[in-house]
Design a protein around this ligand. Structure first.
Ligand code: URA
Length: 215
């Protein structure tokens, strides 16, 4: 991608982050390390997402009886994972937001049409009042994420309240997603050059769900 749209928030490509990606990208990495280091990247994505949320001023008294001019988070959030790989990102969200509500969307390829098809959704009833972190580790073609986002919007969630978190994205997926939803922020850990002939992100990490859940 020649230049990033303002609605693509790429994590700062520090040596720390490159080190984490080097571990999860390696085909020689065993499952427990893949999970541990993916979880570290997920945590960074969640923190980046939380940074986007509005706050109001909130002063507190410290034990020294001095005022700290702080802030308080505004609004309610929830996570929505695209099953199965997106479920790997739920714990990272729970670690940052106590008692956060989590919904799930299951999308699979329709055998007849080869298009993504919605099989199941379970979302908080008040989702339209919430900021939504949509969770799916790999943004490849964007097909599942687009369908999942259509479900969220059909449930009354405003696009500007949706944040799509993924560890890795392909340019094709970013373009397809933003063609449909230009106002939704994509928060990603890395943008790889392309998809291969099998629609895998290249160089990528391989099949994220298989490696995380080690079926
Ligand atoms: N999903 C994955 O797990 N990996 C890819 O490369 C693309 C989609």
């Amino acid at each position: 991608m020649s230049s990033l749209s303002p609605n693509v928030l790429l994590l700062e490509q520090t040596n720390q982050l490159k080190g984490l990606f080097s571990i999860i990208r390696s085909k020689d990495t065993h499952r427990s390390d893949f999970v541990f280091y993916s979880d570290r990247i997920i945590r960074l994505l969640v923190e980046k997402g939380l940074e986007q949320l509005p706050v109001e001023t909130h002063d507190v008294q410290t034990p020294l009886d001095v005022t700290y001019e702080g802030v308080k988070f505004l609004g309610k959030i929830c996570g929505v994972s695209i099953v199965r790989a997106g479920e790997s990102m739920e714990q990272g969200l729970r670690d940052c937001c106590r008692s956060v509500r989590i919904g799930k969307i299951l999308i699979q390829r329709d055998e007849e049409t080869a298009l993504p098809k919605l099989f199941y959704e379970k979302l908080p009833e008040d989702i339209s009042d919430r900021y939504v972190f949509l969770l799916d580790p790999m943004l490849a073609t964007g097909g599942s994420a687009i369908l999942a986002t259509e479900v969220l919007i059909s449930r009354g969630v405003k696009p500007e309240r949706i944040f799509f978190l993924n560890l890795l994205a392909a340019p094709e997926g970013i373009v397809a997603y933003h063609d449909k939803f230009p106002n939704i922020k994509i928060i990603t850990g890395g943008i790889d050059p392309k998809l291969d002939a099998k629609k895998r992100i290249e160089p990528g990490v391989g099949d994220f769900g298989d490696r995380y859940y080690s079926i």
